[in-house]
Design a protein around this ligand. Sequence first.
Ligand SMILES: Nc1ncnc2c1ncn2[C@@H]1O[C@H](COP(=O)(O)OP(=O)(O)OP(=O)(O)O)[C@@H](O)[C@H]1O
Ligand SMILES: [Mg+2]
Length: 259
Amino acid sequence: MPRIIAIANQKGGVGKTTTAINISASVAAAERRALVVDMDPQANLTSGLGIDTDRLDGQTIYRGIIDGVSAEGLILDTELEKLKVLPSERSLTGAELELVDQPRREYRLRELLAPIAASFDFIFIDCPPSLGLLTVNALVAADAVLVPLQCEFFALAGVSELMTTVSRVRASFNPQLTVLGIVFTMVDGRTNLTAQVMEDVRAAFPQAVFDSVVPRNVRLAEAPSFGKPILLYDIRSKGAEAYLDLTKELLRHEEKSPR
Ligand SMILES: Nc1ncnc2c1ncn2[C@@H]1O[C@H](COP(=O)(O)OP(=O)(O)OP(=O)(O)O)[C@@H](O)[C@H]1O
Ligand SMILES: [Mg+2]
């Protein structure tokens, strides 16, 4: 069975989607069969992989979660042979409300992915910037959560809130959920604030911080407008190097730890 990793942080704009696109692409480039799931109505991941949501004719994750359409019929190819995507679009905004009074509302994504899971080595789920039902669905479907973190003043408080949600999901729905780790994103040189936040986060979560950090790199910000992961946009950039390193670290970690 695959490893299913949710990429979550309720804070907006911290690099979740960039991390989801580029880790999944790097894993695929390393010959692992990867699926990346867009669980965000903003659909930045879908468009960042070069898919025009207007042309999907509504065949997106919304149909899978709300109407019970099988994932197999919704998954699309990408430019990388080993990387597939389960796309999203705006309509997913409605799912949050529509699910509220539905049975097994927290298990929809888990049940959607179950029949296709065996076709992949890794499934990554890009979460929206909230701790609502869409993120809860991702945490219920996942084995582990990866937390992109920007070094700002309130970063640590935000992670603590996320960890509380992780504990609640573990207690109520998914006892096997673990925290894979925190990854620092958009790191801007070595300002005092960056260094201080990194130190505080490492002290608070000593086992859970990735050594690899992602620097602020304009090529990473440009790549989505070309519909490409950084590997295909500019493999020589600092951003590509960082995500390749991070992926190597993740694969090392995965190969070491028992499933
Ligand atoms: N390392 C980086 N260097 C420069 N720009 C970056 C980097 N990582 C992400 N960005 C840019 O910052 C913005 C926010 O990143 P991204 O969309 O990945 O965050 P997010 O957490 O998914 O946001 P949201 O919460 O809205 O879903 C995007 O414009 C992205 O291109
Ligand atoms: Mg995003």
